[in-house]
Write a protein that binds this ligand. Structure first.
Ligand code: PLP
Length: 438
């Protein structure tokens, strides 16, 4: 598949945009480097690059595009919003309509606030938790990505209950010292951290279902234990549902009973951050929680958070249209069935060629880990063959199948994918595994 125009554009982009990309995950650094593909147009489950090559898209823009590209209902809503002016700097009725939709689907949210990105949403939940508890420290889990604010770009220190170290240049030790990182699915480590830092811990932050080192389920009892331990310590529980909200069913993962027993909805967080899908492909984030906690936020309370673009009519209109479209009966079951076929096809193809592959699938999302062991935490996700993944990624791209360029990212099936797309993908994977096995 020739991509001369993508290559030329990348060379030009490098002159003007740092690293040639506006988000580092878009570069091909994690899959051996080279020019990323420059896309020009998307329609349904497919997009086309600047050279006219067509791809089946499993990147889904890292999650938001659950309906597929240019869904007519969402497109119409965006056009209507644009015709009426995209930004007023005043409240609008649309924001109320959208807030009600989000709240109805996620009852732990008594009050919400819309922002512009998942990063902002998470960052603010931390501020609110600190304001509410009058404590400073946060416990989070290794490998869970919570955006790029200082507080969450922190890696584990020398042991699970030790203070963190900056995961990026430019983050002061004094900030990293406010964060403790423990392994996901490890209640003992959490307990040890809580015992050590007790009264200092404002909140425990978790992706209730992980989407950032592959798709990883909480072990049965993990979230229950986490909530009980945090609350008995007087700490709040923050769910980062930026990836998971509206991913598996119409609502956040915290209200989904179809995945695990005891059901996820048996326990509820104090604060939740959301984003991605709820913006229908336009920039958005949101956070919310119990009324008495959310009342910490300005103008009611002392915790300040604001945004010129927050709640803008275009993003809110796209979000409303997206949620309306997601209410189509059977949509999530269709995603589930398509993704089950994809997972089975990939697993059979890998087996046929003797490739060790662990597939974690949760409804319409899956992850492929080149290893022969389960992946239930970040250390296990790291202990997988990155070179094999990089080769697989390139072989798939050459055949018009677009995956995220990182062994840690998920594949997202959209409502626009068809059985034919899945069959084409499995056939391509078979050819890729045959090459890898050589
Ligand atoms: N939280 C989670 C779980 C995410 O996966 C992401 C982004 O991938 C974020 C937060 C940050 O969201 P955004 O990229 O919209 O700032």
């Amino acid at each position: 598949m020739a991509k001369p125009r993508s290559e030329a554009l990348y060379a030009e982009a490098l002159q003007h945009i740092v690293g040639g990309v506006n988000s580092p995950s878009r570069s091909f650094k994690a899959v051996g480097g080279g020019s990323p593909v420059f896309m020009k147009r998307g329609q349904g489950a497919h997009f086309w690059d600047e050279d006219g090559n067509r791809y089946i898209d499993y990147l889904a823009a890292y999650g938001p595009i659950i309906l597929g590209h240019a869904h007519p209902h969402v497109t119409e809503a965006i056009c209507r919003a644009a015709e009426n002016g995209t930004l007023y700097g005043t409240p609008t009725e649309l924001e109320i309509q959208f807030a009600k939709m989000i709240k109805e689907a996620t009852p732990s949210l008594d009050k919400v606030r819309f922002v512009n990105s998942g990063t902002e949403a998470v960052m603010t939940t931390i501020r609110v938790a600190r304001a509410y508890t009058n404590r400073n420290k946060i416990i989070k889990f290794a490998g869970c990505y919570h955006g790029h604010s200082d507080l969450v770009l922190v890696a584990a220190g020398s042991g699970p209950s030790t203070l963190g170290i900056p995961d990026s240049a430019g983050i002061p030790m004094s900030i990293a010292n406010e964060v403790i990182t423990v392994p996901y699915n490890d209640l003992e480590a959490l307990q040890a951290a809580l015992e050590r830092w007790g009264d200092d811990v404002a909140a425990v932050m978790v992706e209730p279902i992980v989407g950032n080192f592959g798709m990883v389920m909480p072990k049965p009892g993990f979230l229950e234990g986490l909530c009980a331990a945090a609350r008995s310590n007087g700490s709040l529980v923050i769910y980062d549902e930026v990836i998971t909200a509206f991913r598996f069913h119409y609502g956040a993962a915290q209200t989904f009973d179809g995945i695990q027993a005891p059901s996820l909805s048996a326990i509820q967080p104090d604060l939740t951050a959301i984003g991605k899908i709820i913006g229908g492909g336009l920039p958005i984030g949101g956070y919310g929680g119990r009324k008495h906690i959310m009342e910490q936020v300005a103008p009611l309370g002392p915790a300040y958070q604001a945004g010129t673009m927050a709640g803008n009519p275009a993003s809110i209109s796209a979000g409303i249209a997206c949620l309306q479209a997601l209410q189509e009966p059977g949509l999530y079951n269709r995603l589930d069935a398509l993704t089950a076929n994809l997972a089975e096809g990939l697993a059979a193809a890998a087996r046929e060629h003797g490739i060790a592959l662990t597939i974690n699938r949760i409804r319409g999302a899956l992850s492929t880990h080149f290893c022969d062991h389960p992946v239930t935490n970040y250390a296990e996700a790291q202990d997988t063959d990155g070179e094999q993944f990089a080769l697989f990624f390139r072989l798939m791209l050459e055949q018009g199948i677009c995956l995220a360029p990182s062994k840690y990212e998920a594949w997202f099936v959209t409502a626009a994918h068809t059985e034919e797309d899945i069959a084409t993908t499995v056939a391509a994977a078979k050819r890729a595994f045959a090459v890898i096995a050589q």
